[in-house]
Design a protein around this ligand. Structure first.
Ligand SMILES: [Zn+2]
Ligand SMILES: [Zn+2]
Length: 248
């Protein structure tokens, strides 16, 4: 199957499920197994795993919480970036699990986690940008947004694995290692997100005029600095309650 055919096959599968044309539960896997070669089922799972969300641009949408009348304050939700996580896919940029046949979630969780782990490895190996790099702010923003997107993928995978576990003990045991891996990598991404926030705070402080004690860059610097040390990034787009401890 080509990529275009993959997407078409996935759309047909989801549509057919929605119209109850295909069997449900374990029978769906039997049905697929009878009609499609194992290698093609793998391709189908890959296509489902990478199917993009239709409601956002790579996991982000315009932030609804930004208040133009409070321009001197940094928007808590989007950290002043102007774009926040998509409500439909929780910021993964991928079709929500609820949109996919639950019978294939195990494969999709495995596939998405593997891809995200590889991207997280690349991101965590990148050195932090130098402060005198004129594009440092953009690099830090991009890195923070990318780390947050991967955290969303791991959080969704954990939530989907937990939802599956309530119905299927075998799937729960099969996904235990994957679930542990999600938490392990999320820990590294969380640390990197905090590093990015601290350096962004320093850059904002450098932009603030020393005479103006309440300028927007100074507010932003203080906000980012306190966020870097907040337990679960609560009320912001960096919050991932399934992965991080919340303040008690
Ligand atoms: Zn905002
Ligand atoms: Zn989305």
């Amino acid at each position: 199957m080509s990529t275009a055919h993959d997407v078409e096959a996935v759309r047909l599968l989801i549509e057919a499920r929605g119209h109850h044309i295909l069997p449900a539960g374990a029978e769906l896997l039997d049905w697929l197994g009878a009609w499609i070669e194992p290698a093609r089922i793998e391709q189908l799972v890959h296509a489902l795993g990478t199917l993009p969300c239709q409601f956002c641009d790579k996991g982000l949408n315009r932030c609804e919480a930004c208040d133009p009348s409070a321009a001197s304050e940094t928007c808590v939700q989007c950290l002043g970036f102007g774009r926040s996580r998509c409500d439909f896919c929780s910021g993964t940029g991928l079709a929500a699990y609820d949109f996919l046949p639950m019978e294939l979630w195990t494969g999709v969780i495995g596939r998405r986690t593997k891809l995200a782990a590889s991207l997280a490895g690349t991101l965590l190996r990148q050195p932090m940008p130098c402060l005198d790099d004129p594009h440092a702010q953009k690099h830090l923003h991009d890195r923070l947004v990318n780390a947050n997107k991967l955290l969303s993928v791991f959080e969704n995978a954990v939530s989907a694995a937990d939802a599956l576990a309530t119905q299927n003990a075998e799937a729960a045991s099969r996904l235990r290692g994957t679930r542990d891996e999600c938490f392990r990598i999320a820990g590294g991404l969380e640390t990197r997100a905090r590093d990015c926030l601290r350096v962004l705070a320093m850059l904002s402080r450098d932009q603030a005029s020393p005479e103006a004690s309440d300028s927007p860059p100074r507010h932003r610097s203080e906000f980012l600095e306190s966020l870097a040390d907040s337990p679960g990034f609560e009320k912001t787009m960096l919050a991932h309650p399934c992965l991080f401890d919340q303040a008690t």
